[in-house]
Design a protein. Structure first.
Ligand code: PAF
Length: 273
């Protein structure tokens, strides 16, 4: 595995490689969810590039940028074992300068749900993803469905900026207790983790109701709120694939999303129906 930290050096290295290229952008602290992204990228492409970069512009003041888990040595090992060809490991000064051109998240879809409580977060995400995609110039880029709003906005950006990359959504990976894998799960104490299990339980309840032909989204959301109570619920929302609020579940075109704060940890989960 080749490790490259300089963006121009990576571009130079990739310039004459005439192979399909799968790209997995990450912020490190890799877990099975990232490994699933890498595996799929390997199956579908001849060469795989992974980036590890904790992007400062997507953290708001007072968020966990400084505490964000860093596991550089373990991450390198994981990438090597997973068969990654190139690991891109830039520093902030290699990706950002002063007085930068920025990508702005859309006024509506970038400022609802997670964007409502983290205003500006998605502008930071889109800016760094634009940079990374331009540096790597992949055939396909892989993103987890757990960050459904991020995935939606990146797909919008790629479409609206006429970018030549295929965005590939990859299914959520869960621990054996049902909790969706996230690098931030390590912040949870044993008690908090037990509380967090209300999240997959609420989604399971929603899917059970739907399998009994309940389609009214208000009724489903109310049942989910009951399960999640007394956790601090940021949102429970039921949307179509265009991220529009719907009154009735449409199988094949529905995403049910939850965000909850447990202790100080923001936990996201969703199911796609
Ligand atoms: O999902 C993440 O890990 C990050 O938001 C991403 C896409 C790597 C951009 O920093």
């Amino acid at each position: 595995m080749k490790i490259i930290s300089n963006p121009l050096a990576l571009q130079q290295h990739l310039k004459n490689i005439d192979k399909t290229l799968g790209f997995v952008p990450t912020m490190g602290a890799l877990h099975e969810g990232h490994i699933a992204l890498i595996k799929q990228a390997k199956e579908e492409n001849e060469l795989v590039v992974v980036s590890i970069f904790v992007n400062p512009t997507q953290f708001l003041a007072g968020e966990d940028l400084e505490e964000y888990p860093k596991k550089d040595a373990a991450d390198k090992k994981i990438c090597e074992l997973a068969g990654v060809d190139i690991l891109f490991f830039p520093s902030a000064s290699e990706l950002y300068t002063q007085d930068e051109v920025k990508i702005c998240a859309p006024n509506v879809r970038g400022y609802v749900l997670e964007g409502a409580t983290r205003p500006g977060h998605f502008s930071g995400v889109l800016t760094v993803v634009m940079k990374l995609l331009n540096i790597v110039n992949p055939t396909r880029a892989y993103f987890g469905k757990k960050d459904a709003q991020q995935l939606h906005l990146i797909s919008l950006m790629v479409r609206q900026f006429f970018m030549r990359v295929e965005i590939v959504p990859v299914d959520i990976v869960r621990d054996s207790d049902g909790l969706a894998l996230s690098s931030r799960n390590i912040y949870l104490s044993k008690e908090q983790r037990a509380q967090a299990l209300k999240i997959p339980k609420s989604l399971y309840t929603a899917s059970q109701l739907i399998s009994k032909n309940v389609v009214d989204t208000q009724e489903i959301k109310a049942a989910m709120h009951t399960i999640l109570s007394p956790l601090k619920i940021e949102y429970v929302e039921i949307l179509n694939r265009d991220f529009e609020v719907i009154r009735e579940v449409q199988i094949g075109n529905t995403v049910i999303l939850v965000e909850v704060i447990v202790g100080k940890t923001r936990l996201l989960d969703n199911i796609w129906l």
